[in-house]
Write a protein that binds this ligand. Structure first.
Ligand code: HPA
Length: 403
């Protein structure tokens, strides 16, 4: 919350309130992790002027974002400053009844409430705004590549961005130009959508993903996944870099994910369900498509690329695990540990996409090796394995092209 407070406080100091002398700053956090701040602006003809919350929302809309997950208001004085009636409705149209609103003075937090408490009887737009963010990203993609209809979506993990170089006839879009797309903040994640052909198959490749440890909610992945689905993808291929819990599967190895254990404490599907996309309670008894796994195993054998199979446990991070946690995960049945993939896989199954996922092992998990684990090591091993992974994916596409 500190970052939201600092943004709102900065705006508060710039407020233009010569008539009321009541300065207000506000900031909102969006589902992609963006922060937009605003201050109140008064004028002689309509002295109440523009509220700080409205200014913050205007900045958010102008940046192409549509969904808030948190809001904060700063004002001085004895009485708590809450958003006015108009701003409560405005905020609720971009948020949900659970959206937190932090009420602060310049010294810090005084009280946190929910939008639902502030505005129990709003005019509801349901989840329409989340859907419209995806529609806008689709519009941008279709305008950039009018004839292009991807069959396969590909999400590249940390350091695996080079796999996109294997695509031909590419059109590249930045996430910054795709409304609702979360912006990755981690080194090794470019934040680009690359459209192109792999072995003749049209592929939409997301070069860079966001992780929950960056502070974004799991639901941030829905826009990515649902955009791929709406563009025409039938299959989502997920890649990541992970720690291995099996000493015999060391750094550089490729592992096909057979199933997962979600220890993120979150699902991307919390919140209102859009039944047009998928069911409220989706079945996850086969997240990773068995026949595609068999196909990839056969392809790998043919290419003499060693390919293991294992269960992936997703943890929040960003810290790596303790040896005791790794022993516990082993007991739970995990073979790999990482900080991604599961939200996208759940979102994709919910939307009716087939899913396959592949890990590149960057290290033995904590306690299995004497040396400490570093992000640099993760990136180095990813780069080394990218060529083998690329060969596998190209061969899979070649079969899909003829299938
Ligand atoms: N733990 C969690 N995530 C990871 C690891 C790990 O050891 N290696 C690469 N990503």
């Amino acid at each position: 919350m500190k970052d939201l407070f600092e943004a709102a406080l900065g705006a508060y100091h710039h407020a233009h309130a010569p008539y009321s002398n009541f300065q207000v700053g506000a900031a909102v956090r969006t589902d992609s992790g963006g922060i937009f701040a605003g201050a109140n602006v008064e004028n002689a003809s309509y002295p109440e002027g523009n509220c700080a919350e409205a200014s913050a929302l205007a900045a958010m809309v102008a940046a192409g974002e549509r969904r808030i997950v948190e809001a904060l208001v700063v004002a001085a004085g004895e009485r708590l400053c809450t958003p006015c009636g108009g701003c409560r409705q405005r905020l609720s149209e971009f948020g949900s009844p659970d959206t937190l609103v932090h009420l602060c003075d310049p010294g810090g937090l005084r009280r946190t409430v929910t939008l639902g408490e502030l505005l129990p009887l709003s005019f509801a737009l349901g989840d329409g705004l989340a859907a419209s963010a995806a529609v806008t990203a689709i519009d941008v993609v279709q305008a950039a590549a009018p004839q292009f209809q991807p069959r396969v979506g590909l999400i590249l993990g940390s350091g695996l961005g080079a796999i996109a170089d294997a695509l031909e006839d590419t059109v590249v879009l930045s996430y910054a130009d795709l409304p609702g797309f979360p912006r990755p903040s981690v080194e090794g994640h470019a934040g680009r959508l690359v459209l192109g052909r792999l072995a003749g198959v049209p592929v939409a490749c997301l070069q860079g993903r966001v992780h929950l440890y960056e502070g974004v909610p799991a639901a941030a992945v829905n826009v990515l996944v649902r955009t791929l689905k709406a563009l025409g993808c039938e299959l989502l291929v997920l890649t990541n870099v992970a720690g291995s819990l099996r000493p015999e599967i060391g750094a550089g190895a490729l592992v096909l994910i057979s199933d997962h254990i979600n220890l993120l404490g979150q699902s991307p599907l919390t919140g209102p369900n859009d039944a047009a996309i998928g069911p409220r309670f989706p079945d996850l008894s086969e997240v990773y498509d068995r026949s595609l796994r068999d196909q990839l195993t056969r392809i790998a054998k043919g290419l003499r690329v060693p390919l293991h199979s294992g269960v992936y446990v997703a943890v929040l991070g960003p810290n790596f695990e303790t040896p005791a946690e790794i022993r516990a995960f082993r007991t739970l049945g995990a073979d790999l540990v990482g900080m991604s993939t599961v939200p996208e896989a759940i979102s994709a199954r919910h939307a009716g996409l087939k899913v396959v996922a592949l890990s590149v092992v960057s290290n033995l998990a904590a306690g299995l090796d004497a040396s400490p684990i570093t992000h640099e090591e993760t990136l180095a091993h990813a780069a080394g394995a990218a060529a083998r992974l690329s060969a596998l994916l190209k061969a899979l596409c070649a079969e899909l092209a003829h299938g």
